[in-house]
Ligand binder design. Structure first.
Ligand code: CTP
Length: 415
């Protein structure tokens, strides 16, 4: 599997682990960052060693773990110099207080002061501490300086109490780091993404559906969020974790429900990405009671709404991206769908090709526009999503009359 262009490939991350109970999650965090292609240096505060050993983090990172300011008198200058982004997870009330007030009395706080790049903090503490106005003032000061905050979440805290203060999920922290490195060419654009299959019911227990997993649609939703869009995800039944940072999430079952949710969300939408595989037919009659077995069963079907075609007929239609999942290299069918449904882009993939079928993490796509096509090699669905968004962004930028996707000034630096 070709896996180039991971968002975090060759990125150098300096992870600060402060003394909170969520420190035990930092081993998983380091592993996941490395899986994404990053290299990780770890600084542990003395308090964090009450919760996790330096050896565990050293093994996970494959790097020496730093802790003492005076082991190498220059490490507070040299470590940040070699760093693309600093992440503090968990970030305790104490370390946030130090950062907000310029206190530099250990390796982590001195590195923070000397670092010239983006910083992400994942606060973690008891809700009473989180609620404290002095802490809130410290947090406000840091975010006003451009420090990126992820979490905390609500839930059961280490002390057994319910409240806000749980460190954000590792997957949400990783998405935040990826987002910090992503271009923001969809900044404030409203994008509707549909994903997954739909179900058409024969009776209360039986339905017709298809093999779509939703993976491609969810990958697109995540990529849009990273690139700054306000994303509404309309999803058929899927087991995939809901992306963090959605503007809205609607779950539907039937094609009619999907159509209605898309049209409800439609005003002021810039882009609709129809990655779902909505059923084309629904039974003419949905039985109210379970159909009893009696030899043969014949069912009459009626057409379900064709959402993309309906969108294509609108007078002020948003930019439309459709998919053509075909059995065989039927680019001709994909091109025909582009015209018939009046889409701006159709993404072709052959679901019978290796690494390109249902429920796998990879795809091999061809991006088709009116006079252009771009065939890409096998890649992860995350990378395929990035490539599709590059094509959308490029097409919108060149389209006269339609508002171009705003080019953000390099979202550089804050302090
Ligand atoms: N689509 C849609 N509503 C439907 C069926 C499909 O909006 N009822 C969208 C899909 O989300 C996809 C595109 O249309 O973006 C093409 O879907 P596909 O199933 O490949 O095409 P169909 O129009 O269903 O044609 P066929 O089944 O003959 O391939």
């Amino acid at each position: 599997m070709k896996n180039k262009k991971k968002v975090l490939k060759n990125k150098k991350i300096l992870l600060g682990v402060a003394g909170g109970v969520a420190a035990y999650k930092s081993v998983d965090l380091v592993r996941r960052l490395k899986d994404e292609g990053a290299s990780v240096n770890v600084i542990m505060t003395d308090a964090s060693k009450n919760f996790i050993t330096p050896l565990s983090l050293e093994i996970a990172a494959g790097n020496k773990v730093y802790s003492n300011l005076f082991d190498d008198p220059m490490s507070h200058i040299n470590l940040p110099k070699e760093t693309d982004i600093m992440l503090i997870a968990p970030a305790t009330a104490n370390i946030i207080g130090k950062f907000a007030n310029g206190i530099a009395d250990d390796l982590l706080s001195t590195c923070f002061l000397s670092f010239k790049g983006r910083v992400v903090i994942a606060p973690s503490m008891n809700w009473r501490m989180y609620d404290n106005p002095i802490f809130q003032e410290n947090l406000r000061r840091l975010t006003a300086y451009g420090i990126i905050q992820v979490g905390p979440d609500k839930g059961t805290l280490a002390c057994g109490e319910e409240g806000i203060g749980r460190m954000a999920d590792v997957s949400e922290i990783i998405e935040t780091i990826k987002s910090a490195f992503s271009k923001k060419d969809f900044f404030k654009k409203k994008v509707i993404v549909t994903a997954g299959p739909t179900r058409e019911y024969l009776d209360p227990v039986r339905f017709l559906s298809n093999r779509s997993s939703g993976k491609m649609g969810y990958a697109l939703a995540r990529a849009c969020i990273r690139r700054g869009a306000e994303v509404i995800l309309v999803s058929g039944p899927s087991n995939i974790e809901k992306p963090h940072g959605l503007k809205a999430f609607h779950t539907v079952e039937t094609t009619r429900e999907m159509r209605d949710e898309v049209f409800k969300s439609l005003p002021a939408t810039d882009v609709v990405i129809m990655a779902a595989a909505p059923a084309d037919f629904s039974p003419e009659k949905e039985e109210k009671a379970k159909i009893e077995k009696s030899g043969r069963l014949s069912v009459n079907f009626k057409s379900a709404p064709d959402i993309l075609s309906e969108l294509g007929k609108l007078k002020n239609k948003p930019f439309l991206v459709g998919f053509a999942a075909e059995t065989g290299r039927r680019l001709d069918r994909a091109k025909e769908k582009l015209i018939r449904k009046n889409a701006d882009i159709v993404v072709f993939n052959d679901v019978t090709a290796p690494c390109s079928g249902f429920d796998v993490d990879t795809n091999k796509i061809t991006i088709i526009r009116k006079n252009k096509e771009l065939s890409l090699p096998v890649m992860t669905k995350d990378n395929a999503a990035e490539a599709i968004l590059d094509a959308v962004s490029g097409a919108i930028g060149k389209q006269g009359g339609r508002q171009p996707i705003r080019k953000l000034r390099a979202n550089r630096r804050r302090r």
